[in-house]
Write a protein that binds this ligand. Structure first.
Ligand code: COA
Length: 204
């Protein structure tokens, strides 16, 4: 398995990446920001994306987005092809994109929003902390990305204060997570998510 910083020679993978993201969102039944192949190609070309390839086969992907005049960066669009899940690949991709983010944008805070327990776990281990949306970027362009998510009405109703996603932030300026820091409480996140769903999702 090769984890590489992507470039124009990888444009051929854009459609595969989009399809895998869309199919996975359908299977999970959760909201997700939609991405077009053209959008993914822009990410592949600017040196801000990590691609995992098994020979010539697409295995995984994640990219960096810059917000609020480089005060914040997000590691977005994480996807592992179903054939390669459960082998620690997402963890490796996230670690690599995290290092690339720190290298290219050393003064930026790194953040993400997610409903996925796997992503929360990985982020937590990298030193991210769960935070309220008010601590994330207020760059309207970032939040516009949520418009294509099926839960966007919740974000609108709460005046962008909360949604089903949890915000997570890595602030390089705050003290490093200590060795004895507790493991992330996965059960608490799952419970929080189900409380939010029962509060915000309209009953069918
Ligand atoms: C989420 C996803 C990226 C995980 O990829 P992966 O390569 O299977 O993940 P890893 O093997 O690196 O697992 C990382 C950790 O998450 C856990 N994990 C993996 N999938 C999980 C799941 N569905 N639910 C709960 N925990 C999960 C693993 O057990 C592991 O934890 P551990 O270190 O305590 O054992 C992959 O399932 C995927 O692409 N899903 C669809 C897209 C998606 O949800 N993207 C995130 C959008 S924010």
């Amino acid at each position: 398995m090769n984890l590489i910083v992507a470039n124009e020679s990888h444009f051929k993978y854009a459609q595969d990446i989009c399809d895998t993201i869309a199919d996975s969102a359908k299977v999970r039944g959760t909201g997700i920001a939609k991405r077009t192949p053209e959008y993914i190609q822009r990410k592949l070309s600017n040196g801000n994306a990590i691609l995992a390839l098994d020979g010539e086969k697409f295995a995984g992907f994640c990219y960096i987005e810059v917000w609020g005049h480089e005060k914040f960066v997000a590691n977005s669009g994480l996807i592992v092809h179903p054939d390669y899940r459960g082998q620690g690949l997402a963890k490796k991709i996230k670690a690599k994109i995290f290092d690339l983010s720190r290298e290219k944008f050393p003064d930026a805070k790194i953040f993400g929003i997610t409903t996925g327990l796997a992503v929360m776990k990985i982020n937590y281990e990298l030193g991210y902390k769960p935070v309220t949306f008010s601590e994330l970027t207020d760059d309207p362009e970032f939040w516009k990305g949520c418009q294509t998510c099926k839960n966007f009405d919740i974000l609108t109703r709460t005046e962008q204060k909360m949604c089903l996603c949890t915000g997570m932030l890595y602030d390089g300026n705050t003290k490093k997570k200590t060795e004895e820091a507790k493991e992330m409480n996965g059960k608490a996140f799952t419970r929080l998510k189900s409380i939010k769903e029962s509060l915000f999702l309209k009953k069918k």
